[in-house]
Design a binder for this molecule. Sequence first.
Ligand SMILES: [Zn+2]
Length: 367
Amino acid sequence: MQAIVEAEKGGFQIAAWDWDFYAEKVRKERYAFDESQLKPYFELRRVLVDVVFYAATKLYGITFKERTDLHGYSPDMLVFEVFNEDGTPLALFLGDYYARPNKRGGAWMNAYVSQNGLTGDKPVVANHLNIPKPPAGEPTLLTLDEVRTCFHEFGHALHGMFSNVKYPRFAGTAVPRDFVEYPSQVNEMWRDWPEVLAHYARHYQTGAPLPVELLDKVAAAAKFNQGYMTTELVAANVIDQAWHQLAPADVPGADGVVAFETAALKKAGVDFAPVPPRYRSTYFSHSMGGYSAGYYSYFWSEVLDADTVDWIKTHGGLTRANGDRFRTMLLSRGGSDEAMNLFRNFTGGEPDIRPLLARRGLDQPAP
Ligand SMILES: [Zn+2]
């Protein structure tokens, strides 16, 4: 980026406020491609049934039967009964994918009925997304990121549907906050799995397969600017932790907030001026709101996720054996055991940071 500034005879050092502008120039030069070229290959219903469900069948042997006789609270709601490999009923899965004027934003999973051994209830779980509904007669084409979200939320749904615990208090996703995103992030790995892609990625009109060059471009761009994004996240985590480790008497006044942040960042070795924290204390609602000292949970889940994905890749990938292992050792246990025990049972070791660094391209010098 500094080289671009020099070439343009800018005559200044890159600072925090220049980063996005010049990073975008580098991205365009090295990785530019039009993401909308991918959309015709990702039609919603096809993504759900031939991709997300397909991967789950390959892994867990479960099958899906649409229940058009059951109606959700919105006419667009999809209802599927889910069966185990031996044909026994497992759960109901509700798919609520479209945005509506009165719907909360974002994407989330909800368990309307939690599995538990006390009442014998089977789970009823839903995925809620906010995909814009196309005009009548037109297909719903997803962005690659929306396809990822479908896999992510379905990962939460699997956690809920495979729950096999006695007490509802521990069912499915009722796990610690710094663990709950881990299984759902692992499920994202199947979006880019060659066998899954080969199965579904066809143009919705022509039936042509998804060009490999396009996917290669997506993969190459995924590591771009990760040094920046990782550093700003780490810095925000450091500040969150620093605030919550203060004794009441040590809390600075309003005029000491900036100095407090600077000192905390310096102590952790992330006081790099061109890459400031992703959030500053004065508006960091995750820190002084619901997450209180838990902002790290996103990042920590990713450490567990990348390590587990690495394990699965080196143990055969998309197989029934791996699915059964993940289901019985981890997903079915919900919060009924210590989260770290569940992780160790599955991978056979302590969390390793290296797969996350490799995923973000931080295990090698910048190109
Ligand atoms: Zn999630």
